[in-house]
Design a binder for this molecule. Structure first.
Ligand code: CP
Ligand code: NVA
Length: 304
């Protein structure tokens, strides 16, 4: 695998082999078996938005793989002062072995890959969050023993919704999503979902989407960069909350997942969050293992 720009680019086999590698790296990590597969390699991590999990899991992951990571805030880089991405890509390609980028426009990530000559990993854009959803797939498979599940997403048709729909459909799951009419997933994703007749269902009624779910996902109503829309969004998403009533129509033992950070009392109740905290923090932990698999798949190829 050369890059991880979006899950739309990956085959089912590529996704499953990343999950298998993530499981192996996790088991080795738990057993204290070192795996310095990327010894001597450097990952640059460009952040144009805030992060807790992505930053810490990528940095720790590179360290555990024997390499190192550089935190590059756009506030300090020349890219934040208008240096073109084409030039940034070509310069950083001369120093680094890979780049992880968190930014706004998906096009910026695609341009880095186009102009640079090293692997590019998408650490979240307005369009998608592929690393998160690889960790989500790993967590669901770990807990349920299969990906042949009914996956439900409640809330904003945002970057998380886009990646969840693509990732879960690609591995054979059934996907139901509930979002308000004006907050539907990206048109490109809805077009992709058309290739899965009978497996994709979209409604504006959360209870319909949650029926018989094996796992329910949600995410914040106001994503990074949308802060000025907060009041309008709070109104639009009233009723799109993961709560006990919603879970009552799901399958028994239904998992609840949240990429975090969570806003208790908005998209999820405190009660549901705490009842499913173990699953949610397993999900957060798996960011580390799933991303190490991505780093190995992308950056090991480069050195050989
Ligand atoms: N879920 C996630 O990507 O978290 P951060 O924004 O903290 O990286
Ligand atoms: N949809 C959220 C995800 C954060 C990890 C955002 O983009 O802010």
């Amino acid at each position: 695998m050369k890059h991880l720009l979006k899950l739309l680019d990956l085959t089912q086999e590529e996704i499953v082999s990343l999950l298998d590698l993530a499981d192996r790296l996790k088991a080795e990590n738990k057993a204290g078996i070192p795996h310095p597969i990327l010894k001597g390699k450097t990952l640059g991590m460009i952040f144009e938005k805030s992060s807790t999990r992505t930053r810490v899991s990528f940095e720790t992951g590179m360290f555990q793989l024997g390499g190192q990571a550089l935190f590059l805030s756009s506030r300090d880089l020349q890219i934040g002062r208008g240096e073109p991405v084409q030039d940034t890509a070509r310069v950083l390609s001369r120093y680094l072995d890979g780049i992880m980028i968190r930014t706004f426009a998906q096009q910026e990530v695609e341009d880095l890959a186009r102009y640079g000559s090293i692997p590019i990993i998408n650490g979240l854009t307005d369009f998608c969050h592929p690393c998160q959803v690889l960790a989500d797939l790993q967590t669901v498979r770990e807990h349920k023993g299969t990906l042949d599940v009914n996956m439900c997403y409640i809330g904003d048709g945002n970057n998380m919704a886009n990646s969840l729909i693509v990732g879960f459909l690609k591995v054979g799951a059934r996907v139901s999503i509930a979002c308000p009419e004006n907050y539907q997933p990206d048109a490109q994703v809805l077009e992709f979902a058309k290739a899965y007749p009978g497996k994709f269902f979209m409604t504006d009624k959360p209870m319909e989407a949650a029926k018989d779910a094996d796992v329910i996902f949600t995410d914040v109503w106001t994503s990074m960069g949308q802060e000025e829309e907060r009041a309008a969004r709070e109104k639009a998403f009233e009723g799109y909350q993961v709560n006990a009533q919603l879970l009552s129509v799901a399958h028994e033992g239904c998992m609840v997942q949240h990429c975090l950070p969570a806003h208790r009392g908005e998209e999820i109740t405190e009660e549901v969050f705490e009842a499913h905290a173990d699953e949610i923090f397993d999900e957060a932990e798996n960011r580390l293992h799933a991303q190490k698999a991505v780093l190995v798949a992308c950056m090991q190829d480069v050195q050989e």
